[in-house]
Design a protein around this ligand. Structure first.
Ligand code: HEM
Length: 403
């Protein structure tokens, strides 16, 4: 087996990427350029500091909370966001997707915002888009200092218009709960409340709490919106060949979840993850990841590995059978220590025919896609979707739909 020793290494097979995700000697990399918004966030921490923060934040990302979320919060927020489009019988898939995703992610992060106020959602989305530009600064072709300055301005606006008022409310509620005026169970179930309640234990400064919330907003909103658009697009394409399946998707949420997992496998929201070995690491196939090297974990190729997903791994097939123990969505939610905390929230529980229907969780993205399809959403025959010519990946700049 050939040994790789170069300073830049790209891992492309399922087993290599999986092993790299699970190695504790590989540190998260790629966020130092974007430190303005990413420094000390969960994704950028390593070792003990990561473990401790993750343990606390995980308390929020539990099944009971997801169940509360799916049954109590999600439907209402989606209805409020989707209804104006359904009433006017038209909309754009990408606008519907990011408005829903932004409203839902803000709720989870702990940022108060009125979902029926489209202008406010728009403003928040603009801010969060700037945070993402900051986080991915490593790959930017723009003047980096200029981008940093814009990110700082966006953070200032976010603090004033969104974060500070939301924080004040939560601090007051925590005080009331400490004083026994309200029950602990009645505190908001969101990341900001969780961090404020545990700030001393975790040694969190105000700046770290602020950046963590900025990070959550971008981690949740773009990936959810992206997965939604791909899920609907793939179902509509598949429906051109199998109209009975499109009908099924309009009526059967569990089928939409299956479709969502297949779309996510083929279109991971983050196409790569980056890591830096803290010492030389040898993978089980003999590949050497030398200390300090820049290791790219290619999720697109790993998710299409023929050995795992078969000869037609590049084709979309919602009925695909996957080997035991392999997630249908591939590694699109990452794996190992930094695996996505929002995976079950967005993707639901793994499909298991033996699970009673009352315990099933379908996930935010499938519920959003099903809501759109069951409202009769379909492509506008007079306005075909447009792909962004500046993106190498399949990314829609517009996707008109009618109801
Ligand atoms: C379809 C939707 C989503 C996709 C595809 C996705 C993907 C990912 C991936 C690939 C990672 C790991 C990155 C790495 O190891 O370098 C990750 C981590 C993370 N995701 Fe997600 N994500 C999604 C939705 C969400 C949502 C809704 C939230 C929160 C509301 C969220 C919060 C996070 C956080 C906090 C981490 C960092 C975990 C850690 O470092 O321990 N994600 N996500």
């Amino acid at each position: 087996m050939e040994k790789k020793t170069s300073k830049r290494i790209r891992l492309t097979s399922w087993s290599q990427v999986r092993e790299a995700f699970h190695s504790k000697e590989l540190r998260q990399a790629g966020y130092s350029e974007g430190a303005v918004v990413m420094s000390d966030t969960l994704l950028d921490l390593h070792g003990k500091a990561h473990r401790e923060r993750r343990r606390v934040e995980n308390r929020l990302f539990r099944r009971e909370i997801f169940s509360y979320w799916e049954h109590e919060v999600l439907g209402r927020t989606i209805d409020i966001t989707l209804n104006p489009f359904v009433q006017s019988k038209q909309g754009d898939l990408s606008v519907i997707g990011y408005r829903c995703a932004m409203n839902l992610t803000a709720t989870i992060a702990g940022i108060d915002q009125d979902p029926s106020d489209a202008k406010q959602t728009e403003t928040l989305y603009g801010i969060v888009k700037k945070f993402s530009e900051g986080a991915t600064l490593l790959h930017s072709t723009r003047n980096k200092d200029q981008v940093r300055q814009e990110v700082k301005e966006a953070m200032g606006q976010f603090a004033k218009d969104f974060f500070d008022p939301s924080r004040e409310i939560r601090e007051r509620l925590i005080e009331e709960s400490n004083g026994g005026t309200i029950n602990q169970e009645d505190l908001p179930k969101d990341v900001l409340t969780t961090l404020l309640r545990n700030s001393e234990q975790l040694g969190l400064t105000d700046e770290i709490i602020f950046r963590e919330i900025c990070f959550y907003l971008q981690a949740g909103a773009h990936s959810t919106a992206n997965a939604f658009t791909h899920t609907v697009d793939d179902i509509l394409n598949w429906g051109q060949h199998y109209p009975e399946d499109l009908n099924k998707a309009r009526n059967d949420l569990s089928f939409v979840q299956r479709c969502m997992h297949e779309s996510l496998r083929l279109n991971p929201a983050s196409p790569v993850a980056l890591r830096r070995p803290l010492k030389d690491v040898e993978l089980s196939d003999g590949t050497i990841l030398s200390e300090g090297a820049e290791v790219t974990l290619d999720l697109i190729l790993a998710n299409r590995d023929n050995k795992i997903f078969g000869d037609k791994s590049g084709n979309y097939n919602p009925y695909r059978e996957v080997p035991e123990g392999i997630p249908r969505w591939g590694m699109s939610f990452g794996a190992g220590r930094h695996a996505c905390v929002g995976a079950e929230l967005d993707g639901g529980l793994e499909i298991d025919p033996d699970r009673p229907a009352s315990e099933a969780l379908f996930g935010t993205v499938a519920i959003m896609a099903h809501a759109l399809l069951s409202a009769g959403g379909r492509r506008d025959p007079n306005n075909p979707p447009q792909q962004d010519p500046n993106s190498e990946r399949k990314h829609f700049s517009s996707y008109p739909v009618i109801f």
